[in-house]
Each structure stands twice: as C-alpha cells, then as structure tokens.
Design a protein around this ligand. Structure first.
Ligand SMILES: [Zn+2]
Length: 440
C-alpha cells in the first residue's frame, strides 16, 4: 500500500463546488484520493508528507481531443486550415500517405511530455496506426483513451483492413490506465455508412468508445441531408452511436436544434477553440450546448493546427471566444471552464463519477503550480478560479500526478526522456519528408 499526504496553501476541490481549502490536505492511497480536508492547527509533516507550500493543488487537466503522434508534423500546416477538406488533404493527408507505423512512437512520447509538462493528467487521443505507439503512451504514465484512427475514403480494401486492425487493437488492451477506442476520422465524410455501422457495432461489442471529428464544417450534415434526408446527428442517434461513449470533436457547425439529441446520452462534445480560431472556422455553440444539457469538454486538437497543448490556454481561449460570440462577459464562467477541462473530460472518457475532482474515492490525478504563477489580483478582487483560467500558464505546473504516480515532480519529468524522444522525432520526420520528396 502506498500512501502520500499532500499539503498546499490552496486546494481547489473542483466539480460544481467552488470551495478552495486554504490550506488543505489531500491523502492519496493506492492511486485514489482517500481523505480531503482543511488543515486545522499545524500542517502535517513527516514521512510520506509532501508539503507543496505556497501552491495551488487542483484536479489534473483533461485534454479531450488530441493526436499526440502528430507531433511528428508540428508546423507543416502553417497557413492552412486543417478543418477544410482541401487543407487537410494537402497539408496533412498527402504526407500521411507515406507514413509507416515505425515513425510515430517517439512523436507520441514528445506529445505526452508536452501534456504532462503543462498540467494534463489524462487525454483522449485518436490517430492512425495506434498499435505502434500505444506502448509509448502507456510508458508515459498518463491516463488515456487511445482510438484507432480509421479513414476509408471510399476504398473498400482500406476499410476492411482498417476494421480488422482496429478490432485487433481494441481486443488487445490490458493497461489499467489506457482504454482502447475506435477513431473514425469523420462520420459519413471519409467513413462511409457501412463503415460507421461497423464501428458502432465494434464499440458496443468491446465496451469501447468512439472518438471522431464532427461538424468541423457543415460537411456531415450536407452529406446526410442529400443521401439520407436527415441531419448527421439524427443519423448517428438512429444508428445507436450515442448509446456508447463517444467524443465528437470540434462541433463548430453543430446544429443548435440537434443539441438536445445529445443531452443525457453517453456522447460528449469536445471544443477546440484555438484551432477553430486559427483555422478561420465558426465558433461552436458552446453556451447553447451546455444549456441543452450536453456534456461539453475541451481539447487542443493536433499541434499541427493548434501549436500548443496548454490546457490552461485552451480554457482561457474558449472563455474569451464564448464571450466574443455571445457578446457578453463570462458567457462561460471560470468554474464552468475548469469543470469542462477536468471532471466533464473524465466523464467523457468513461471515468467514474467524482473523477476529475478532489473528492474521496476519486482517482488521484492531481497537479500543482505555485500561487505566484497565477498572477492573481488582490484577495477579494479575483477568485482562485478566475486566476487559474485567465492568469496561469501550463508550463508553470511543478507537480503532476496520475493515479497516484508522479509524472512531473519539482518541475522535472519523471517518466519520459524528452531529449532522446526529440532526437528520434527529428530522424522520423526526415525519413518521412524524404519519402514525400521521392514521390513528387
Ligand atoms: Zn482532431
């Protein structure tokens, strides 16, 4: 039995509860939070106690839409929108056609290092050849859902081989922290109806989830209205997709009238505000989705498009974008934004109730950063929650723990040799670009 007692000047409980314990104590045992409370009298000390001092201890951040291995191509799509068919085909897909599984593991590790470094404790990933880098993700110690990416693009042979590989991938999962999911790149657009049906059936049969891009533009609705005379979300609902855990990423052009279809289901919408803005896309109707009872979460998307995996920045960006779109300040409050980036994210990934908060029985996924790094206004003028969302930077995080295990401690990564992974990533990128050049 491993037992660690954490003490910090500020402990943000999270969830719907805006309580901050000042100072607070959190006891972690065998990967779970077993005690939480305010410090009364003298601070605990001695063996097994880690006193973080003038720091904020809070639930770890959950990146609900990522493509860690795409760290391989970070930068290549500068100036292109990956949310349009042409932009994705030209900037990314043309290179992906030369990808082989051996080129992705180091980049996935680089992606994990950036997430851990900036305060993320769990993430939902989706990309091609997932079997080739899932081991790298497992070695990082992060909690994750790793979805096997499927793009059929009208090619029967590619669809069949992808479905066989995806099923083998999902069936082989045994890591306690990493769940294996299925990742249709985009329903109906590049995954045809028969493929979508097979993917839903596979998810159901294996107790897995689905992680797909959705409504990055109006493409899905255009296709479904023309072919099936209904909206894409209605199609997905009728096919049973919302009965399994499902992440719909982006939702820039999701129809507000369709939002009630998602309320109370196992599906969640993952907003990627930075990528929507940098791509010149529409802003997702985030406020309307929350009001409709949809579980709305936050993701960074791939770093070719975002260039950043900092979930603090992503919360802040979404907060500003929502205010801009709704034309009123605090259209989404800091407590709501923190909830979307913590407990709602865990719920979207199939976590237990309470996970993503500092509550007894929750998984011990925790982060800490110095109080000074919040650049908070005077006490009484600015809440800790507001300062976390609008003042903090992810890389100021000093401590990151997933399932009771330190992944970053006193500012240093503990599970990843980042210099080695960066060197290998460069070699892998050079290999890929040599293939692309040879094919031109
Ligand atoms: Zn994406």
């Amino acid at each position: 039995m491993s037992r660690t007692t954490l003490v910090a000047d500020h402990v943000v409980i999270g969830g719907h509860d805006a309580t901050v314990l000042e100072p607070g104590v959190v006891v972690v045992e065998d990967g779970l939070i077993v005690e939480v409370g305010a410090v009364r009298g003298s601070r605990p000390s001695g063996a097994g106690v880690v006193d973080l001092g003038p720091s904020v201890l809070m639930p770890g951040l959950v990146n609900a839409h990522a493509h860690a291995p795409m760290m391989l191509m970070r930068g290549v799509s500068e100036g292109h929108s990956l949310l349009t068919w042409e932009g994705w085909l030209g900037a990314i897909r043309a290179k992906e056609l030369h990808l082989t599984p051996d080129l992705l593991a180091a980049s996935a590790l680089v992606g994990c290092a950036e997430m851990i470094g900036s305060g993320t404790t769990s993430f939902a990933d989706q990309y091609l050849f997932a079997e080739s880098y899932v081991g790298a993700i497992e070695s990082s110690g992060l909690r994750a859902t790793v979805a096997y990416g499927i793009v059929d693009l009208g090619d029967d042979a590619r669809r069949d081989s992808s479905l066989v590989a995806a099923e083998a991938f999902v069936a082989a999962g045994e890591d306690a922290l990493v769940d294996r999911w299925i990742g249709p790149h985009a329903f109906f657009v590049d995954n045809r109806l028969e493929t979508v049906q097979a993917e839903i059936e596979m998810a159901r049969a294996h107790g897995a989830g689905l992680h797909a891009h959705y409504a990055t533009s109006t493409e899905e609705d255009d296709v479904c209205r023309e072919r099936y005379e209904r909206t894409a979300l209605r199609m997905l609902t009728e096919l049973g997709a919302t009965d399994v855990p499902m992440l719909l990423a982006h939702a820039n052009d999701i129809l507000v009238d369709d939002l009630p279809l998602l309320a109370g289901t196992a599906a969640s919408v993952a907003i990627a505000a930075s990528v929507a803005m940098i791509s010149g896309a529409h802003a997702a109707p985030t406020r309307a989705a929350l009001d409709a009872g949809v579980n709305v979460v936050i993701g960074t998307d791939n770093l070719c498009g975002n260039n950043n995996a900092d979930m603090f920045e992503e919360m802040r960006t979404l907060g500003k974008l929502a205010a801009f779109v709704e034309r009123r300040p605090n259209a989404i409050t800091p407590v709501e934004l923190l909830g979307m980036a913590t407990w709602r994210g865990r719920a979207a990934m199939g976590g237990a109730p309470g996970d993503g908060t500092i509550g007894e029985g929750a998984v011990a996924d925790l982060i800490a950063l110095p109080t000074a790094a919040l650049h908070r206004g005077p006490v009484g003028a600015q809440s800790v929650h507001s300062a976390l969302v609008y003042g903090a930077v992810g890389f100021d995080t000093t401590h990151v723990m997933t399932g009771g295990r330190w992944l970053k401690r006193d500012g240093a990564l503990t599970t990843i040799d980042l210099p080695a992974a960066l060197t290998q990533r460069q070699d892998d990128f050079d290999t890929l670009m040599a293939r692309v050049a040879a094919a031109d």
